[in-house]
Design a binder for this molecule. Structure first.
Ligand code: ADP
Ligand code: MG
Length: 252
């Protein structure tokens, strides 16, 4: 089943065209990797997909329901805010810099949204959060504050926080880029584990062998366009376009 479908997306900041006619489909249980040089528009694409950013043109459907459609002038028109709010709740996000609330404990970082947005009771939310912390190997850290944790531990808390909302799709924007190499592995292991449980994920990453192994499908972006896309193993091991070859050479 197709969960998210983005068609012919265009987005500019002033006269900087950041996304040019981008299309992307995410099916249930699929892991989609997005790779490409810095500044190619990967974060903007994720932000548009999750509606943290608006598109200028194109359409976005969630489970076939229109979130964004083009009017007759080709301008993107968004669904009403209650519909968007509902759809947004189906998405979980994990950022490069963890984005935890510094003045909340680990537990409260995870339970805040389920209690306030998801309308869970504190008891329910605590129970789910503790279960997730256990899964992340952080059960003993529930009452600590983010600054007391390593970057890898903070990122695992932020993954637990995203999972606590029981998202349909989990989006990762360079989840290991702020981590030392020895901490990168523990986060990649968590994501691999989620993939083995068929979590639907969209992952922007610079970890090429990880992308090849964990993703089903990869988009290679450069300068706001999708240069090449396809089966993850084929794209990484046997790229067809010169720009893709040149980019992947850097990771040999
Ligand atoms: P990537 O994630 O691939 O490094 P980004 O999506 O962050 O690329 O950025 C793509 C382009 O969009 C860059 O030229 C960047 O400077 C520009 N850009 C991103 N966000 C903004 C913004 N909020 N305002 C203006 N320009 C932006
Ligand atoms: Mg980025």
């Amino acid at each position: 089943m197709t969960l998210l479908e983005m068609k012919n997306i265009g987005k500019a900041f002033g006269d900087n065209e950041v996304l040019k006619d981008i299309s992307m489909t995410v099916s249930q249980g699929q892991v989609v990797g997005i790779i490409g040089p810095s500044g190619s528009g990967k974060s903007t694409l994720l932000r548009c997909a999750t509606m943290l950013e608006t598109v200028d043109t194109g359409s976005i459907y969630y489970k076939g329901e229109p979130m964004v459609v083009n009017d007759t002038n080709g301008k993107a028109v968004y669904a009403n805010s209650s519909q968007l709010k509902k759809i947004r709740s189906y998405f979980g996000l994990v950022f490069q810099n963890f984005n935890l609330f510094p003045h909340f404990t680990v537990l409260r970082n995870i339970t805040e949204a389920p209690i306030n947005v998801g309308k869970q009771t504190r008891e329910q939310a605590n129970e789910i959060a503790m279960h997730l912390l256990q899964q992340m190997g952080l059960a003993d850290k529930a009452d600590t504050y983010p600054y007391q944790l390593s970057g890898g531990q903070q990122q695992r808390v932020s993954i637990a926080r995203a999972l606590a909302q029981n998202p349909d799709i989990l989006f990762f924007d360079e989840p290991t880029s702020a981590l030392d190499p020895e901490l990168t592995g523990e986060i990649l292991a968590v994501i691999r584990e989620l993939a083995s449980k068929h979590m639907t994920m969209v992952i922007v990453t610079h970890e090429m062998s990880f992308a090849r192994d964990v993703a089903d499908y990869i988009l290679f972006m450069d300068k706001g366009v999708v240069v090449e896309q396809g089966n993850a193993v084929d794209l990484v091991n046997n790229p067809q376009h010169e720009r893709t070859k040149l980019f992947l050479k850097r990771f040999d």
